[in-house]
Design a protein around this ligand. Structure first.
Ligand code: NAD
Length: 396
């Protein structure tokens, strides 16, 4: 079967779906791989490296799409301005697409895929189970985002992170507050600690306390029962009004002490919880920095502008939306491993043979046989699931 790797055309996108190493793995499994010329340029992978790994190089974009039985991508299909065509229309009827489709935010694209009878799988819909870990692209990209957020903060902060004892006096370490200690938050804690900052972390899930402390940070979250704060899958769920009040009171105290705040708080299917008000920003120390990793979901800070950096009340507020793409080499390496594991998961004897009773295969499939089969996406397409902000998780 023919696997095609197009060049990503999304704004600022520098990643490519496969590395040459993954091309070798996929070829060994029996696939024939073609890569669009220049597809790896943003991640510093020249065409020659793909060729050495046994891939063909395609110079015609439309041909690559239409001749591929399987297309592996990062971003969802987008309108291609140079071809005056939507990428979804370039796919061959009945072909298979695997990418970060974010179907709840791209309903029209999903409808186009169903109409073309494309079988589509969304990497961002991967179940967060131990068995699915090698395919968990969301965790991979969150890890990179958590790391990069700390570097952005350090670069903007008018102070140093570590304590320094010098002949010119002692420099006190900066105080970093991490809000949300999931995958991105834990990586941010580890990175800020390595740079010598004093780190505190706030989360509503009591389960994270131990992880936070094992990284050398202080846990400052409210004392909630696990059932109050998280669902069966381990994700945060909306809090009761009383639990929310207790949490916000605690968080408010910590905000005033921080030099840097990195926010990562999300609740699946909901807009990001609003945790830092404009008034609280106004009371922060002048020169402080906020990096809001939930910017794409509306932001954890009231003053965040998605995709922009703004200065309000002498506080710099970053709202980055494409952090993984700013480390394209490692982002490509990790995503490539994730998507290759998934492709091989649905492959047997060199052909695509999805087992529709498998939770990973079923959970990630969005369109099949001309239908939208992913339940939440189908509900959204039929208008029975409210569009609360931008509810799909957007991988950084
Ligand atoms: P996420 O991006 O959905 O949320 C980030 C963090 O924000 C979470 O820790 C969440 O508790 C927190 N949060 C939500 N609302 C909040 C609020 N009001 N105030 C403060 N914090 C709030 O989370 P994620 O990083 O994708 O991970 C979520 C869970 O999934 C974690 O338990 C993680 O360990 C688990 N996980 C499991 C696997 C696996 O087993 N394969 C893989 C990845 C993640």
């Amino acid at each position: 079967m023919k696997v095609g790797i197009p060049k990503e055309i999304g704004p600022g996108e520098r990643r490519v779906a496969l590395t040459p190493d993954s091309v070798r793995r996929i070829k060994t499994a029996g696939y024939d791989v073609h890569v669009e010329t220049g597809a790896g340029a943003g991640a510093f992978i020249p065409d020659a490296k793909f060729q050495e790994a046994g891939a063909g190089i395609a110079t015609n974009t439309a041909d690559l799409w239409s001749r591929s039985e399987i297309v592996l991508k990062i971003q969802p299909p987008l309108p291609n301005p140079s071809l005056h065509l939507h990428e979804a229309d370039l796919l061959a009827e009945g072909s298979t697409l695997i990418c970060m489709l974010r179907p709840l935010s791209h309903i029209d694209t999903v409808r186009m895929l169903a109409k073309r009878r494309v079988t589509s799988f969304s990497m961002d819909m991967m179940p967060r189970t131990t068995r699915a870990q090698p395919m968990d692209a969301l965790s991979s990209m969150s890890t990179l985002a958590g790391y990069k957020a700390v570097l952005i903060a350090g670069d903007t902060l008018p102070r140093l992170f570590p304590m320094l004892v010098t002949a010119a006096g002692t420099i006190a370490p900066s105080r970093v507050l991490i809000v949300g200690a999931g995958v991105a938050g834990l990586q941010a804690i580890a990175t800020a600690r390595r740079l010598g900052a004093v780190v505190e972390a706030y989360d509503v899930r009591p389960a994270v306390k131990e992880e936070v402390e094992s990284l050398g940070a202080t846990f400052v979250g409210p004392r909630l029962e696990a059932s109050e704060a998280q669902d069966e899958q381990g994700y945060a769920k909306p809090l009761s009004a009383e639990a929310q009040r207790r949490g916000m009171e605690l968080l408010g105290e910590r905000i005033a002490h921080a030099d840097v705040i990195i926010t990562t708080a999300r609740v699946p299917g909901m807009p990001a919880p609003r945790l830092i008000s404009a008034d609280q920003v106004a009371r922060m120390k002048p020169g402080s920095v906020i990096v809001d990793l939930a910017a794409d979901m509306g932001g954890n800070c009231e003053l965040t502008q998605p995709g922009e950096t703004v200065v309000r009340h002498d506080v710099t507020i970053h709202g980055p939306v494409r952090l993984a793409s700013t480390v394209p080499v490692h982002a490509t390496q990790m995503y490539s491993k994730n998507i290759t594991s998934f492709l091989l998961h649905i492959t047997k004897d060199g052909t695509l043979t999805p087992d529709w009773s498998d939770d990973i295969t079923k959970g990630t499939c969005v369109t099949r046989d001309g239908q939208i089969v992913h339940p939440a996406t189908r509900a959204r397409a039929e208008g029975t699931l409210a569009a609360a902000g931008s509810p799909a998780r957007s991988p950084q």
